[in-house]
Design a protein. Structure first.
Length: 279
């Protein structure tokens, strides 16, 4: 039973990124920084095998089932997010489990395309994601590449494009749609559509390459805020502030694209101006 003295419980169902920049690892860092208790269901391990070159290693359904059963029994859940699920079989199993959870906000981050355009969702799994998982979501949080892919590779270049995309994605059955606009040229504007109103969440664009895990962390931050009882607008605003800080202080150990810095909000606490515009 959840106690008022205990942190709120959040679940991430996603892939484990061996470099620690994204996926489950980024989610756990985000949940910890936002004072929530996280548990996980790992769907796959992402890390390039030195001999085969294979970089996605899915877990079998028995291992996934065991994680779900253990976490629900030992911890419980106040809000959850899904990330990289990879296969049709995994998605269909996750859908089955989620249907048994009542009154739990479900954040679906439809992870399909990685930072360097790597494929993170099998082609045969796309229909299951769109038709079976998305209709269960309280909110979906595609980035521009994912939104474009779901909409049959529609070009998305402007805020107006994102607004129309959010409206069209809403028809897939999620209660809310947030299209993350981090790839826009001159602004970092995310577009929320709830079936009635459009909200723009705008911050200045930060000039950095070190944004690995930003999308995962943003969705995780929304999840943590929903678990703590904040409404959706406040949850997105808080999450936007968190991830903007993390991006601002992103770093790298080498010449690769580096991660966002999850501790930035706590360590630096820079003022972040977020304009919220209702249309």
């Amino acid at each position: 039973m959840q106690s008022n003295k205990n942190p709120h419980r959040v679940l991430s169902i996603a892939g484990a990124a061996s470099g620690g920049t994204a996926g489950i690892q980024a989610d756990i860092k985000t949940f910890q920084e936002l004072d929530t208790y996280s548990w996980t269901v790992i769907t796959a391990i992402v890390g390039q095998h030195p001999e085969t070159g294979k970089n996605i290693h899915p877990l079998d359904l028995e291992a996934i089932q065991a994680q779900f059963a253990t976490g629900l029994k030992q911890i419980g859940v106040d809000a959850l997010k899904t990330g990289m699920l990879f296969s049709k079989e995994i998605i269909e199993y996750i859908v089955q489990e989620l249907k048994n959870l009542k009154n739990i906000p479900i954040v679906v981050d439809p992870v399909m395309i990685g930072k360097l355009d790597s494929v993170l969702l099998a082609k045969e799994a796309e229909e299951a994601l769109v038709k079976k998982l998305i209709p269960l979501a309280y909110i979906i949080t595609p980035n521009m590449g994912e939104a474009s892919h779901i909409l049959k590779n529609r070009p998305l270049k402007s805020i107006e494009d994102l607004i129309q995309a959010a409206k069209d994605l809403y028809a897939l059955g999620s209660k809310n749609v947030l299209v993350k606009g981090g790839r826009l040229k001159n602004t970092a504007t995310d577009v929320l559509y709830n079936g009635k109103d459009i909200y723009l969440f705008k911050t200045p664009k930060i000039d950095t390459l070190h944004t690995s895990g930003a999308g995962c962390s943003f969705a995780a931050a929304i999840t943590a805020n929903l678990a703590k009882g904040h409404d959706l607008i406040q949850s997105i605003k808080n999450a936007k502030s968190f991830i903007t800080q993390a991006i601002k202080h992103g770093f790298s150990y080498n010449n690769y694209i580096g991660p966002t810095y999850h501790a930035a909000n706590r360590k630096y606490n820079d003022p972040i101006e977020i304009d919220i515009i209702k249309i």
